[in-house]
Design a protein around this ligand. Structure first.
Ligand code: ADP
Ligand code: MG
Length: 353
């Protein structure tokens, strides 16, 4: 057969690259809002409000009372790989912030339309900033606002046609995932008040999630899931090797959540919500030995030295790479095994409000 000509290798247009990468950082509604909530937490906010229009399909906004953004950062705020949180590569080893790659705002610009209202304690008035799809600042107006920052994203994915269609079609599912994610932050963020509201069509805005900003995990769990659910949980604090421990709550053997698997399972590493499929699998497996009719609720925070893991594994930072995952799982297996074999098994299906 005739051999084809070898095609020319050319660089991809940088705006196209920007869009491709942005779609990897921001996968869906909940990863978009996750980035904004993490920015608010990094800014030291004690109050974070998430406002949705049509479950986030039309627009969403994250409003905080954090430190605000100083005017000399306005121009570079939404540029790719611009961050105030990481200066040198070694800083990656001692991360204490949620963000560090300067990709979230730049990605949101590429995928929707971004405006930011912000004020620091040094300014008397706030500024409303408008950015274009490449992350360039295109307009600046004075406005009234307390100290803090509000970020608004309109029409997420409108310029990625396929994803935009999927987004609209799956909006209720995306919304469910978002609520679960907000629960994860609201449980663990001590002293931070969370409110999420939604406005559908012409209906009045309604509150869909609310916490008081208590300093304790226990209070946050009670606020979110009710006292009845809380009394069915077993607190745990398990020391592991090398300055590691795991803290949190799991269902007592007789009282799981009758709902779907993973519905109320929240995993954290040093207070950072992450996906831990292996831990979830292990908890479910051990629980099944004691209660085969339900799934356990689990809220587990792995406290480990910052050197022991890497969050820079996937663009959305939900995956964690542990240097010694096997022994972590082994300790957990032993500790939970003790809890679930010690208690006498009584089945009772709780009605969870
Ligand atoms: P990263 O969080 O990785 O630094 P982002 O794109 O999320 O990247 O944010 C870029 C920068 O904008 C942050 O480093 C921070 O300085 C500033 N910023 C973003 N959101 C806020 C906020 N809510 N309050 C204060 N500063 C913010
Ligand atoms: Mg960020």
């Amino acid at each position: 057969p005739e051999t084809a000509n070898s095609p020319m290798i050319k660089p991809i247009n940088k705006h196209v690259v920007h869009k491709i990468c942005a779609g990897q950082v921001i996968l869906d509604l909940s990863s978009a809002i996750k980035e904004l909530v993490e920015n608010s937490l990094d800014a030291g906010a004690t109050s974070i409000e998430i406002a949705l229009k049509d479950y986030g399909e039309e627009w969403f906004q994250v409003i905080d009372n954090g430190c605000g953004i100083s005017p000399n950062n306005f121009k570079v705020l939404a540029l790719k790989h611009h961050t105030s949180k990481l200066a040198e590569f070694p800083d990656l080893q001692s991360l204490t912030t949620f963000g560090f790659r300067g990709e979230a705002l730049s990605s949101l610009c590429a995928l929707g339309s971004l405006t930011v209202e912000t004020r620091t304690k040094n300014e008397l008035v706030a500024t409303l900033l408008t950015f274009d799809n490449t992350g360039q600042l295109v307009a600046e107006h004075k406005t009234a606002r307390k100290v803090g920052t509000s970020v608004t994203v309109k029409k997420l994915f409108s310029n990625l046609p396929v994803r935009s269609k999927e987004f609209s079609r799956n909006i209720r599912k995306e919304y469910g995932k978002l609520i679960s994610l907000l629960n994860a932050y609201a449980i663990i963020a001590k002293g931070v008040r969370f409110v999420c509201t939604n406005m559908s069509g012409k209906n009045a805005r309604s509150v869909v999630l609310k916490t008081q900003g208590s300093g304790s995990l226990k209070d946050n769990i009670i606020t979110l899931f009710g006292l009845t659910t809380f009394t069915c949980l077993e607190p745990l604090s398990i020391p592991m090797s090398d300055n590691c421990r795991v803290e949190g709550f799991v269902s007592k053997s007789g009282y799981g959540s009758g709902r779907n698997m993973g519905d109320r399972q929240f995993f954290y590493v040093n207070g950072r919500p992450v996906d831990m499929p292996k831990v979830s699998k292990l908890v479910n497996e051990l629980y099944r030995g004691a209660n085969s009719r339900q799934y356990p609720i689990a809220i587990l925070d792995f406290i480990v030295p910052v050197m022991a893991y890497d969050v820079n594994v996937t663009p959305d930072k939900r995956k964690i790479f542990f240097s010694d995952e096997r022994s972590i799982l082994q300790y957990l297996r032993e500790a939970l095994g003790m809890i679930y074999s010690a208690s006498s098994v009584t089945y009772s299906v709780m009605n969870i409000d």
